[in-house]
Design a protein. Sequence first.
Length: 150
Amino acid sequence: MVVQCPQDEEGIPEDPRIQEWVHAALAAVPGEAPPGEVVVRAEDAEAMAELNGSFRGKEGPTNVLSFPADLPPGPWEPMLGDLVVCPQVVAREAAEQGKPLQSHWAHMVVHGTLHLLGYDHMAPDEAEEMEALEREVMAQLGYGDPYAEE
């Protein structure tokens, strides 16, 4: 796992915490999670807005984007994909939702990792399955229900 998040920026968790959250999400999926590297990086709001527009056709920055690897067969190491987190959006959402910043960061990393594994929330039944798994992982990590109403 590669974590590319500046440790000198306020509110960004330390690399071992981010790694713990990714591993917890990978361990929670039914069956065996596919092997592969995950890259987690932080981007500012401007860069995140550009990524969100280019890849999702949506304006403005978002909290987390997942980019599953789609590599042709070859001799390289297996890769699950990249997670890009926007610290400014995560901090704003945590404050608005009355959640501890660390908890919201954990949720965004778990959420993004599940997307790398093929989980989605576009249809109601998919959302229910993904959210249940997120709740389970967050509880195992010692955090509250990320979807609980404040």
